[in-house]
Each structure stands twice: as structure tokens, then as C-alpha cells.
Design a protein around this ligand. Structure first.
Ligand code: SIN
Length: 340
């Protein structure tokens, strides 16, 4: 090889390396050889800024900025502004975004067992769900994401899901026949409605309000907090308080980004996330009850009595029979033990 050609090749390779490093997602991530001046990470989620998830993501960003003296900046993008349900996982795996917080059941395509969060009448309340996700069994399940380039860090609850629809008051399983509901993800949630003789359609969160308004679906299953923040009461008339299942989010980071952080910074960020989690969990119950009070002023709210609720528990037996082997008896037993 001629001497000039060799020099040219070395320069070209160096330039290519610089260009590749520059396309790595977050500006100045810890991948660079030299300690970067500033690390910018994006936190994308689909809920409103005023929800427990929205407020906790903001709190996390503020704590991180303060404790790292501005060296790390977490930019929060709520309300599907950056990525929605359809593309946030792909964006996280590609490191185009560094944090997301989907509901556990939306992780179905990575590991079916995450649907445990959607199981009907398994979790009693937010606390019972958090006890499960904080347990060794819950942490092990979150760890399963690591083989797919993601790290499950913690869980943020947002209340129990309730039934809502535009057609009639729903008091017993037979009332659901022929109605069509929106669900956040397939599997367990679809089967819940099938067991009630109703149809179910999986739709991204950002498309729920227009779908309800245009009567593509008759109703949805959601927490008081989301019902209030998404203004579903403008387009639906009836809310049945059944505490069907729990909505908990799994806060997930891109693995390469997370593990590439200098360990002192990662420790600080972990501590900030712990504090943001405590804040979120306190807020979730408070906002849940505040939303219910507001909804009672706007629409017809019917609370199932214990006998009526028992009829729904009974109707869900086929769903339990189908999903116990899929999710695993061990996880069911752990969740039941922590929700007595
Ligand atoms: C969310 O609260 O993040 C979305 C929940 C849903 O899709 O129903």
C-alpha cells in the first residue's frame, strides 16, 4: 500500500468513528472516551403532565438536575409528544429515548408474564401491586428485560381500573353483552371482555378519546386519574367502580445508556429515582380519590356492592384458568400472598 493511501485510510476511519459516535442518541452519553460535559437523557411517556406519572417524571428530572449540579439533564416528554404506545419500545431499544414508563401489561411482547398486572381481581390496591413489583419475584421479572436491551428500574402505580361506557349502567356481567371496549394491550385484557360477552379493541392511549367520541368503541377500562385527565367524561356517561385490576407502570431505561453511566452518577440518579418513586406512590392514592370526587360531579358513578362484584370475580374464572400456566403459578402465588 502506498504511504499516502495508508494515511488517507487512517483519517477516513477516524472520521467514520467520530460520525458513528455522534449518532448515539443522548448527547454526550457516557460511551464517549472523554468524560462528557453534560449528559442529556429523554424520558418519554404517554400520560398527561398532571398525572402521578407525569408529576413523578418531572420530579425525577428536577432531582437529577439538582443533585448532579446540572451535569445530567433529563428532558421529559409527556402525552405521547415524542413517542406513543406504538413506537416507544423501539425508540428505547434504539437509544433514541433513554427512559419510558409503560403500563406493565404493554410489555406483553417481551415477556407474557408482565400481564400479571392486568389480571382481574388479583391486586387489591396500589400498595398491594407495589409490594409485588418490589418483591424478589417482581424484580426478577423486570430483570428479564435485560436480554432485550432494557433495564426495569421500579414501578409507579396509578390506581385500580374501572369500567366506563356510553350506553348503559353496568352492574352485572350480562350487561356487557354486545358492547365494544378499548384495551391498552392484548391478551388478558381482551379475554376479560370476552368472558363478559363483549368485544375489545387494542388502541394506543393517544387514540382513545377520538375513538370514544367517534363511537368506534362504546367504552374503556381506565383508572379514575386517567379518566379525569383524558376527559373521558365528556364523551362517556357511565362509570362502574369495580376495581377490576391495577395499573402500574414499569420505569425502564435503555440498558447501554444506563450501564454506560459513570457509576457515581448512576448511584445519584438511582437515589433520585427512589425519591421520585416515593413521591409518586404517595401522590397516586391522593390524586385517585380527588379524581373520583370530580367525576362524581360529572357523570353517573355506580359502585358495585360486594355481591355484585363477586359475580364479576366468578365470571373471570376462565381468564384465571387460561393465564395461570402462561404467567406461572409461582408469580400468582407471590401476588396473592402480598395482596391478602
Ligand atoms: C398510561 O397511563 O400510561 C396509559 C394507560 C392506558 O394505555 O390505558
Amino acid at each position: 500500500m502506498k504511504k499516502g493511501t495508508g494515511v488517507f485510510l487512517v483519517l477516513a476511519l477516524a472520521l467514520a468513528a467520530i460520525l458513528v459516535a455522534g449518532c448515539g442518541g443522548a448527547k454526550g452519553t457516557a460511551d464517549s472516551k472523554q468524560a462528557p460535559e453534560k449528559i442529556i437523557a429523554k424520558f418519554s411517556h404517554v400520560a398527561a403532565p398532571s398525572t402521578p406519572k407525569g408529576l413523578a417524571a418531572q420530579k425525577f428530572a428536577e432531582l437529577v438536575k439538582e443533585r448532579t449540579n446540572g451535569r445530567v439533564e433529563i428532558q421529559v416528554f409527556p402525552s405521547s409528544q415524542l413517542y406513543g404506545d406504538k413506537d416507544e419500545f423501539e425508540a428505547l431499544q434504539a437509544n433514541n429515548v433513554q427512559f419510558i414508563a409503560p403500563s406493565a401489561g404493554k410489555l406483553i411482547s417481551f415477556d407474557q408474564r408482565f400481564q400479571i398486572g392486568d389480571m382481574p381481581f388479583l391486586f387489591k390496591d396500589n400498595q398491594g401491586a407495589s409490594r409485588f413489583w418490589d418483591s424478589e419475584a417482581g424484580k426478577k421479572l423486570m430483570k428479564s428485560l435485560e436480554s432485550q436491551g432494557m433495564v426495569g428500574l421500579t414501578s409507579w402505580p396509578n390506581g385500580m381500573r374501572q369500567f366506563m361506557n356510553s350506553k348503559k349502567e353496568l352492574r352485572k356481567p350480562e350487561d356487557f353483552k354486545g358492547l365494544k371496549f378499548r384495551v391498552p394491550a392484548g391478551g388478558v385484557l381482551v379475554d376479560i371482555f370476552q368472558a363478559l360477552g363483549a368485544g375489545a379493541v387494542t388502541l394506543p392511549f393517544s387514540e382513545v378519546y377520538p375513538a370514544l367520541q367517534q363511537k368506534v368503541v362504546d367504552g374503556t377500562i381506565a383508572t379514575f386519574d386517567n379518566i379525569e385527565n383524558e376527559k373521558y367524561a365528556e364523551v362517556l356517561n357511565y362509570l362502574t367502580v369495580a376495581n377490576v385490576n391495577n395499573l402500574s407502570y414499569i420505569v425502564i431505561a435503555n440498558k447501554k445508556f444506563w450501564e454506560g453511566l459513570p457509576s457515581d452518577l448512576r448511584g445519584t440518579i438511582e437515589q433520585c429515582l427512589k425519591e421520585a418513586t416515593e413521591y409518586e406512590r404517595q401522590l397516586a392514592d391522593k390524586l385517585d380519590q380527588e379524581s373520583l370526587a370530580k367525576l362524581k360531579q360529572k357523570i353517573k358513578v355506580y359502585e358495585l356492592n360486594p355481591e355484585e362484584r363477586q359475580a364479576f370475580v366468578q365470571a373471570m374464572q376462565p381468564v384465571w384458568a387460561k393465564y395461570e400456566p402462561v404467567i406461572g403459578k409461582d408469580l400468582f402465588e407471590e401476588a396473592q400472598k402480598l395482596n391478602k
